[in-house]
Write a new protein. Structure first.
Length: 363
């Protein structure tokens, strides 16, 4: 048992060190004036009457020239006032377009179908996507689109959970920061594992080249992982660390919603790690096994477990600190301590539940 602890701790610490090194290897932001092609903003919305007005207010105040911009809202069978809200904005801003989806697709998962309909109808050469519950800075579109145009990449952006100053919200901020920091560090080391649909930019022709969402049409979620992993086979993928590109998203309202969201994300490991990307799979497996073993080692009083936890605390804390500094996200040290302490229970539970696939989703 002691030998397993040594090897497990060693593998995990090496993994975290690799992520930390990757953060220092991320390319610095570049600011250059170029002539942009038309850019299409794609948003799938279902019953988003409370959130969509704030996002649309952000989007109509962007610094990109209006003649270069179109905003497409795919209204995915909403039963609230989403459609009328979009129409009201269209009356003031004709560069906004509405696509109403009235029925479920017979061959594609709902959100992928909504996104595909909007992308196929778009006129822009560059696609920039976010979610209806996000907020974006005035420079967001210009920054993301310019980055794609300059370097001919798929651009992955940072998203931050931003809510009230509640413990639960701050916990989500740290948990999402950890995910984003890990992904960014992996990018810095040349591993293009995924991204968030809250902040992505790529060329429409690249979306068409990989066959759109057809290869993963039955997958309920994971459209963002699919896009990053497959477009990055055609050209480089870059993690954008420019603060002018950072997006904020709302926290989950309840613990049940939060757990359900994490289980849904974890379920993507079956398709986008185990079946297609061995390195990505082991990057998930190593933390899972290490955290799974910690409670067992504590219960059995395995020699060296205190040292293993101390080393983990130091490196996890360093990674979170560096990620928070890079992405300008404040970390409450007391909330971090709580987050750190429950990881050995939280990570195995979410991992196993994701493999079982028991979660709900908007249908």
């Amino acid at each position: 048992m002691g030998g397993f602890l040594v090897f497990g701790t060693g593998f995990y610490l090496v993994f975290v060190i690799i992520i930390i090194i990757g953060l220092f290897r991320l390319p610095s932001p570049e600011h250059s004036e170029i002539d942009l092609p038309k850019v299409s903003i794609i948003i799938a919305a279902r019953n988003e009457e409370k959130n969509l007005p704030r996002l649309l207010d952000d989007l109509v105040q962007q610094t990109i020239p209006i003649e270069k911009l179109e905003i497409i809202i795919a209204n995915d069978r909403s039963t609230d006032n989403t459609e009328n809200i979009v129409k009201d904005f269209i009356s003031k801003y004709p560069f906004i377009r509405l696509i109403n989806i009235s029925d479920l697709s017979n061959h594609m998962a709902p959100k992928k179908h909504a996104l595909a309909q909007a992308i196929n109808a778009s006129q822009g050469e560059i696609i920039v996507s976010t979610d209806a519950d996000c907020r974006v800075p005035k420079t967001w579109i210009l920054n993301m689109a310019t980055s794609v145009q300059n370097s001919d990449t798929i651009m992955v952006g940072y998203s931050k959970v931003s809510g009230q100053n509640y413990f639960f919200h701050q916990y989500q901020t740290i948990d999402f920061l950890a995910l984003m920091t890990t992904n960014a560090g992996a990018f810095g080391m040349g591993f293009n594992w995924g991204g968030s649909g809250q902040n992505l930019a790529y060329r429409k022709k690249d979306f068409e080249t990989i066959g759109g969402f057809e290869p993963v049409k039955d997958q309920i979620s994971g459209d963002d992982l699919y896009l990053v992993q497959n477009i990055s086979k055609l050209k480089p993928a870059v993690f954008n660390v420019d603060p002018e590109s950072f997006v904020t998203t709302l926290p989950m309202k309840s613990l049940i919603d939060f757990i359900n969201q994490r289980i849904r994300w974890s379920s993507n490991s079956k398709t986008f790690a185990l079946e297609t990307n061995v390195v990505f799979f082991f990057s998930l497996l190593i933390p899972f096994l290490f955290h799974f073993f910690i409670p067992i080692a504590i219960f059995l009083q395995v020699r060296g477990i205190i040292l293993a936890i101390l080393l983990k605390f130091i490196l996890d804390g360093l990674a979170i600190f560096l990620g928070g500094k890079l992405f300008r996200t404040a970390v409450n040290p007391f909330v971090f301590m709580f987050w750190f302490c429950i990881q050995p229970l939280y990570i195995p539970f979410i991992g196993i539940a994701g493999l079982v696939g028991k979660y709900s989703w908007k249908t």
